[in-house]
Structures are given as C-alpha cells and as structure tokens.
Write a protein that binds this ligand. Structure first.
Ligand SMILES: [Fe+2]
Ligand SMILES: [Fe+2]
Length: 274
C-alpha cells in the first residue's frame, strides 16, 4: 500500500532542499506507477497543501527587474541561463504536485493523476539534467539570484482549477515551447553538447505537459458545459498579467492541442495570415 497521492504531493511540496525534493518526487512517481500496475485506482486522498512550497535558502529570490541580465556570449551568461532553467524546473515540480494536492477534492478520471505525476517526474529529471550542466560549468543551483514571481500564477489560481490549467500548462509551459529552440541554438553555438542534449530532452517532453493541460482543460469545459475558447480567454485575462508575447511556436503548440485562436487574441499583435 502506498500513501494517498495527495499526501505524497504535500510531502514533496514541504521538502525544502532542491535535490531532496526532486529525489522524493521521482521516488513517489515510481511508487505511484508501480501501484497503478496492481490497482486500477489507488487512493488519491485529500490534502491541504501550503500556499507556498518549501524552498532552499538559496537562491535569493529577486523581482524580475533586479535579476541581472544574461549575456549569452560568455560562459557566465550561459551558466545564468541554465540557472534560470533550473529554477523554472524546480517550480514546475512543485506546480505539478500542487495541482494534484490542491484540487484533490474534485473527482477526476485516474488519467488526470497519471499525467501530472508523470509531468512532475519529468520536471524532477529536468532539474537534475540542468544541475549536471551547471556543475560542469563550475556552478550550482543557488549560486545566482532567481526570479521571485514564479509562484504567483499558482497563488492567483489557488481557488480556480480551470484557471490553474489555463495559466500554468497552457500559457507558461507553452511559452517554454516558444523560447527553448533559441536557447538550444545558444548552446549549440557554444559547442556545449551536454546542455544541448539536456535542453532537447526538456523541449520534447514539455510538449506533453502542455498537451495534458489542454486535455484536462477541455475535459472540465465539457463537464461544465462551457465554450473552451471563450473561457480560456476569460481566465487568462483574469489571472495572467499582460499580453502573450509572439513569436509563438505554432508547430509545437499545435502538437500540444493549442490552436492559434486560443493564444493569438491574447497577444497585442496581429497574426500573420499564411
Ligand atoms: Fe521541465
Ligand atoms: Fe513542464
């Protein structure tokens, strides 16, 4: 017997050390999928997760304005990019466990839990891959300041399940699909094969996280008889501060089940009609 999933989620959220957090996350994901082999529906349980997850003392969290700019042409600049990615991955680990715990009172098909446990496991792996790249550059997670605003979307949508799906996977993680190819280019030019390989794993797996968001968002729209596009626009305008920024990776967004009429109307630019 494993612990109820919502309790496992809270354990990860309450672990402060980044390496311990990601290791526990991977172990619980393995436990979950092992339990799923023997039991069609292991216990989800109920949980009351903290509003903010436990985090290590370092990195220092600064407002985005105060995070020093990165110059990708230098090794320090590239280490800063990887440090920012590690921070995003660690936040993503918490975000995926948080959606499981926070909305554990809403009955959902078992596939919902499988998807977010898998996503949390992958984010934990991503954190490890990027940490290994940082180590090779003589750095580590915590060596530089990081973005303080990253948990804001979670707090803003703590009471709104559909808002959480709209803003976290379908806006923030979709944004990752837009910017990752440019990052891969920077490391390819610098001949950092290890970082290229890590970012390519991240890029290919992130498509699925956006797709899980879109899938479960549409499921809830169906349950509540809402028009998906309309409610998506309402929720993003309510919870996401500012317009979405093109260029959009239309190719990968399409693969993830995000059609152009979902995101273009939320940008302040007019799409190029092809
Ligand atoms: Fe990731
Ligand atoms: Fe992700």
């Amino acid at each position: 017997m494993i612990k109820p999933l919502a309790e496992m989620a809270c354990d990860v959220l309450q672990t402060a050390d980044a390496v311990a957090k990601t290791q526990l996350s991977r172990r619980y994901a393995a436990d979950w999928f092992a339990a799923r082999q023997d039991d069609a529906r292991p216990d989800i349980g109920r949980a009351d997760p903290p509003l903010r997850p436990a985090r290590p003392d370092k990195p220092e969290l600064l407002s985005p304005r105060d995070v020093p700019r990165r110059r990708p042409g230098t090794p320090e600049g590239r280490a800063a990019i990887l440090h920012a990615v590690a921070h995003i991955e660690l936040n993503a680990v918490d975000l995926h466990w948080d959606i499981i715990a926070r909305f554990s009172d809403v009955p959902m098909p078992i596939g919902f839990f499988d998807d977010w446990v898998k996503a949390a496991d992958e984010e934990s792996k991503h954190f490890g891959l990027v940490s290994d790249c940082l180590a090779r550059l003589g750095s580590h997670y915590g060596a530089l300041p990081a973005h303080a605003g990253m948990w804001r979307a979670a707090e803003d949508t703590a009471q709104d399940f559909m808002g959480r799906l709209a803003v976290v996977p379908m806006v923030l993680e979709a944004r990752g699909l837009d910017v990752t190819p440019g990052m891969i280019d920077i490391f390819r030019k610098a001949k950092d094969d290890q970082a290229v390989a890590a970012l390519e794993v991240i890029y290919s797996e992130e498509v699925h996280h956006v797709a899980y968001g879109s899938k479960w968002f549409h499921f809830l729209c169906g349950r509540h008889d809402k028009d998906p596009k309309e409610i998506f626009h309402d929720l993003v305008r309510r919870y996401f501060h500012g317009p979405l920024k093109p260029p959009f990776n239309e190719e990968k967004r399409a693969e993830a089940g995000l059609p152009p009429d979902f995101y273009w109307p939320l940008s302040d630019e007019v799409p190029l009609r092809k």
